[in-house]
Design a protein around this ligand. Sequence first.
Ligand code: COA
Length: 368
Amino acid sequence: MNTPVYVHGGGQTVFGELYSHGLLELFALALDEALGEAELSRGDVQAIYCANMLGAVLGGYNHLSVQLRHYLGVDCPVFTVSQACASGGVAVHLARQGVQSGAYDTVVVLGGEKMTDQEPSVVTQALMGATSVEEQLGGLSLPQLYGLMAQEYLDVYGLPATVLDYGPLLGHRQSVGNPLAQFQQVVRPETVRESAVVSSPLRLFHCSPITDGASALVLRRAESAVRVVDSVLGYAPPALADRQNRLRLGAVEQAAEQLTVRPSECTVLELHDCFSIAQILAVEALGLAAAGAGHEVLREAYERPDDQRVINRDGGLKANGHPVGATGVRQLVTAYRALRSGPRGQNALTQNLGGTGGSCVIHTLNRC
Ligand code: COA
């Protein structure tokens, strides 16, 4: 069976430092918003796919699916999906398969993370689980690994460090006025350029933040205005040292090769900008720019915004926030909301990355 799958609703909690909300409560808030949009109740849901990376390490949620099922008071199966920062995208992939196979008519994907209750050093250590064991033993954090990639990019292509600024500037401009975003203030080029160095050449404003939040997506066999067209996976070695070329995101390239909708045909693009270099390399891996020129696409989008192609319309990971398990789901919520009110025929693409590029999930959506 290869049943078409449609999006019926989405939900996103506020992203930020949410000290008064627990992880399960965040999932419930996102779930009820998405079900409300789809005009469904919890009793209509036949399966829940729940994306989360850090709950077991940071919060004691080692049996999350059962803990969540009990908290929500639902009768259906709840599955936990964990694949580092790509958890959300993988959960959507599996949920879509559940409907496509005919096993379910109506499913919900939840993604959520509670990161700010712990000291940043503890969170940084936990996030290192997204890298290889060897890199962890070497004490290399995600900002350090992405810093190495960024420095190599600048060296190989002979570029100034300012090329790293355009993605963050774009994200921050688009989160102004987004009441759900972690950062809503106007950010000037000099603020990015002069922010504190985190891991040279990456500065504070080249990094996504540590975030609490949840998101939800309702997928059904019944028709709606937005159909999921592609749901494709790609993989690469988790360690930078094992990659032939550290400036090519092989997992993104592998996923992109399987798409039936080309990235250049999409008017809405949600790109994984956990660090600004990741977004630049994703632009190149998706074939939207040649190697060494991805930053020009982001500069163009920042300096000359147009409706033909909107990148990270709610602020992306950088400004909307990056509760890691929630991000891949949130990207689809953003894309769905952008498409459903627009003209027929438009396409959207979401690109969700795990670790430093060990895995990637790409979805495309079409406004029917
Ligand atoms: N961008 C912009 N401002 C940020 C920020 C970010 N990424 N992170 C924090 N801030 C701001 C805070 O709002 C705060 O501002 P205030 O003083 O006006 O209140 C200030 O910077 C200090 O915040 P703090 O939480 O102490 O920052 P930190 O130095 O502990 O952490 C990072 C900053 C960049 C190291 C941290 O956000 C981080 O590790 N990010 C990467 C997370 C990650 O690896 N995710 C997985 C990706 S694959």
